[in-house]
Write a protein that binds this ligand. Structure first.
Ligand code: SF4
Ligand code: SF4
Length: 422
């Protein structure tokens, strides 16, 4: 990770022009300068230079960031606020330690898929005591987690994780094998919405692509190192790089925007202080990673679709796909290639949905405020489905649309492709 000196240099690039402030969703809602991207840049510099102390206030300040990258995308001076925010979070974690729940999750649960699966089974059992809502596919958070968002609607935890549904090497359903790709599933697709992973495997299988699903893979680590726990984040990175290393793969595909950004971008930073051998191994792994929309537009002929659906859809750009990976055109090209599907653009499709991973759990009221305009923009399109490429955004959109009683469905891009028979 970065030294204090590098972070101070980063903060000093800021000319205080304020352009990023208008783009910061947290500032838009709170209207307080210190909570804006410019404010955090200045406070980070003051902390690093010892002008102000680390405190409960600074902890709150730096936790109120969605890591949406809107500040970086709008900054004419090229300040990378994420470097500062993560650096400060890491220092706060070093000084104060993380809460017990995070220490247990990061050190034990996320590294051990079997244990993680068992913990989710308990969670799933407790979910049964909360009645289904709306279309019956969503439930409230169990009572003992209501501190993470009273009234929040979440999907049922799957009782058949993706890793239990498929073997490690999945032969194509049709024709000879044309390509061999690795699947990085991530926690959400593996344990909560395996239907997304199933769609991905089916679509690739229909096009003669063999899918390798290494069972030793684990969490991408983003919730861990974004919380400032660099040590456990690095351990997760190494587990994942080793899990894929034995296979000769044409690509590693990901259907989670946040996991994709972690593997492509954050791993580059995390491995900086490691040996050359590890840098090379991680480099070989991360350069193969592609979002599923990138892979589809490069390798699959969408015009060969067999059956049509008749749908009007809109597309929400996940922050970690458009600003994190520069992937905007590919999902749209995929949608437009589907027979019978019309894409209607929403206003500000790149505006953050307010989820921000664990941000939405720790700052639920603020997260809901940020979501409000996104939901209005989705509904204004008249689309019956909002499509996206990040399970985290899906969680947030399902909750917010569900609470409003909206009939708009939320689907992952690969589910739409699968349903179109492509
Ligand atoms: S990453 Fe997003 S929420 Fe965080 S400071 Fe930048 S614009 Fe604001
Ligand atoms: S846009 Fe960049 S230079 Fe301008 S205030 Fe924000 S961080 Fe500083």
């Amino acid at each position: 990770m970065y030294s204090s000196q590098i972070m101070i240099q980063e903060a000093l690039k800021c000319s205080r022009c304020g352009i990023c402030v208008a783009a910061c969703p947290v500032f838009r809602e709170l209207q307080q300068e210190t909570y804006s991207s410019r404010g955090k840049t200045e406070v980070a510099r003051a902390l690093l230079e010892g002008e102000v102390p680390y405190s409960a206030y600074t902890e709150d300040l730096f936790s109120k960031c969605l890591l949406c990258l809107a500040c970086k995308a709008n900054c004419p001076a090229g300040v990378e606020q994420i470097k500062l925010i993560l650096g400060v979070r890491a220092e706060l974690a070093r000084r104060k330690g993380l809460p017990l729940s995070k220490r247990i999750a990061f050190h034990y649960l996320l590294k051990n898929r079997s244990l993680f699966g068992k913990a989710l089974k308990v969670f799933s059992f407790l979910q049964m005591f909360t009645p289904p809502k709306g279309n019956g596919k969503l439930r409230h958070l169990p009572f003992f987690l209501s501190a993470f968002g009273k009234g929040r609607l979440i999907p049922d935890i799957s009782d058949a994780p993706l890793r239990k549904q498929f073997s490690e090497v999945i032969a194509p359903a049709k024709g000879p094998t044309t390509l061999r790709v690795g699947l990085f599933a991530g926690c959400f697709i593996d344990f909560v919405e395996p239907a997304i992973g199933r769609s991905l495997i089916c679509v690739l299988g229909r096009h003669g692509i063999e899918v390798v699903f290494p069972k030793k893979q684990t969490c991408c680590g983003i919730p861990v190192f974004m919380s400032g726990d660099i040590k456990n984040g690095l351990e997760l990175l190494k587990i994942n790089a080793e899990a894929f290393a034995p296979y000769q793969l044409d690509a590693v595909v990901v259907a989670c925007a946040t996991c994709g950004t972690a593997l492509k971008e954050s791993y580059k930073v995390l491995v900086e202080g490691e040996s050359q051998e590890w840098k090379d191994r991680v480099g070989a792994f991360r350069t193969k990673v592609q979002d599923i929309s990138e892979f589809l537009t490069g390798k699959i002929d969408l015009t060969k679709a067999e059956k049509g659906t008749f749908l009007k859809v809109t597309y929400h750009d996940p922050c970690h796909l458009n600003r994190g990976q520069g992937v905007l055109a590919q999902p749209r090209a995929v949608i437009k290639g589907l027979p019978g599907v019309t894409l209607v653009e929403m206003r500000d499709s790149q505006r953050c949905c307010g989820g921000g991973g664990s941000f939405g759990f720790y700052h639920y009221d603020l997260s809901k405020q940020i979501s409000r305009r996104k939901i209005e923009d989705i509904e204004a399109t008249g689309a019956s489905v909002v499509v996206t490429g990040c399970p985290g955004c899906m969680l947030q959109l399902k909750d917010q649309l569900g609470q409003k009683g909206s009939p708009v469905e939320v689907k992952h891009l690969i589910q739409l492709v699968d349903e179109a028979g492509v």
